[in-house]
Design a protein around this ligand. Structure first.
Ligand SMILES: NC(=O)c1ccc[n+]([C@@H]2O[C@H](COP(=O)([O-])OP(=O)(O)OC[C@H]3O[C@@H](n4cnc5c(N)ncnc54)[C@H](OP(=O)(O)O)[C@@H]3O)[C@@H](O)[C@H]2O)c1
Length: 353
């Protein structure tokens, strides 16, 4: 497949555009699209709007206007060929006179598939699978997990000292990390549809679990707050029950049941924020897709560790993770990791619009 340098740059930009709308697209994929003139100049950018709004290609075409005629559309996901709450993107590209379409991920669902064929039949040059792995690991990961496994993508986030403690021996845990790491947590929450804690964390820390600005005010769209509380221990005075954001108190018996409950509410990206008991339950069930660990250069020597007993007795059985990236955050360090495990690859139809 021949792909120009300008098209590769546009594909990197399209992935960024997809990332920029994570947490706002409901059950729709977070797609990015860029329109290029034949000389490689970008003239339009788009990303999936909230459900019912325009898809990425349509937004990018609107920006390009008449310049879209004879252009190349670079898109992270194959343009859909079905009518949901909006019309087929393949038809919008044809109507705009696009001559070439460069796609990262072929559409995995039968429902929306057939876009590339429809474009090719109309004489458009279509290239599929360009930087597909990068796109699948990025903004499309949550939606693809939903399509393939019928459950939300789970990001486990934890702040720990160098010796892996998430609280001191007296139970105090506030401000293990500094301002930059805490601001990063709020940005991370904003990319998720739901933030989950166990009753232990809700009772010990009484967190509010909202997305807040640096000055502490709640900002923008708020993810669903979820407390898993199987024994009704959460008091009515808990801050998570205030009116700053919607809250679900779940009695789900297993992480899989909880994820099914959240999936049915169109949650596609979950931030698991604690604590060690609930994190261990998710890890044991193989239901953590990504870990974001904030490490503070502090030592406590005692206190709860970042994950409770995983049932592992021998080093050979350790749960392996791959480091995706390491980023300094003020005086702390963020590690992003992916557990090494086989995931199902069942491809099914889904609904969206
Ligand atoms: N530094 C950090 O990033 C961070 C983050 C979070 C928490 N923490 C610290 O962690 C400590 C709390 O730890 P924790 O382990 O008690 O908190 P937790 O994991 O949030 O809560 C544990 C409780 O969750 C409930 N639960 C619901 N579903 C479960 C399941 N499938 N499996 C197991 N338990 C389930 C259980 O209570 P029920 O049976 O009543 O449902 C369990 O006792 C606090 O000191 C807090 O400060 C630190």
């Amino acid at each position: 497949m021949t792909v120009s340098a300008a098209e590769r740059r546009a594909m990197a930009r399209a992935r960024e555009l997809g990332e920029s709308v994570l947490g706002t697209t409901g059950h729709n994929p977070a797609v990015g699209a860029v329109i290029l003139l034949p000389d490689g100049t970008p003239v339009g950018e788009g990303a999936t709007a909230p459900p019912g709004g325009p898809h990425a290609e349509v937004g990018a075409l609107a920006q390009a206007g008449e310049r879209a005629r004879g252009s190349t559309a670079v898109v992270t996901l194959e343009p859909c060929a079905h009518t949901g709450r909006t019309g087929p993107c393949a038809d919008a590209l044809l109507a705009a006179g696009v001559a070439r379409v460069v796609v990262a991920v072929p559409e995995p669902t039968e429902l929306a598939g057939g876009g590339a064929d429809r474009l090719r039949t109309a004489g458009v040059d279509v290239v599929l699978g360009v930087e597909q792995a990068e796109a699948e690991a990025g903004a499309l990961a949550a939606w693809l997990t939903g399509v393939r496994e019928h459950r939300p993508f789970v990001v486990w986030k934890v702040a720990a000292t160098l010796d892996g403690r998430v609280a001191a021996a007296d139970g105090s845990s506030r401000w293990i990390t500094g301002d930059a790491a805490r601001a990063a947590v709020h940005r991370l929450r904003a990319t998720c549809d739901a933030v989950v804690v166990g009753s232990g964390t809700a009772l010990t820390d009484d967190p509010q679990l909202t997305v807040r600005d640096a000055d502490g005010t709640s900002s923008g769209r708020q993810p669903l707050r979820v407390v898993v509380d199987r024994r009704d221990r959460l008091p009515a005075t808990a801050r998570v029950l205030d009116d700053a954001a919607p809250t679900l108190v779940s009695r789900a018996g297993t992480p899989a049941d909880l994820l099914a409950e959240l999936f049915a509410r169109d949650v596609r990206r979950v931030l698991l924020e604690g604590g060690p008991t609930l994190a261990a339950a998710f890890l044991r069930a193989g239901l953590v897709d990504e870990a974001v660990i904030h490490l503070a250069p502090k030592l406590l020597g005692a206190g709860p560790s970042l994950v409770s007993d995983l049932g592992i007795r021998s080093i050979g059985d350790a749960l392996d993770l791959t480091v995706v990236d390491v980023t300094p955050l003020g005086g702390d360090v963020q590690m992003r990791l992916r557990p090494n495990r086989h995931t199902g690859d069942v491809q099914v139809a889904d609904r969206r619009g």
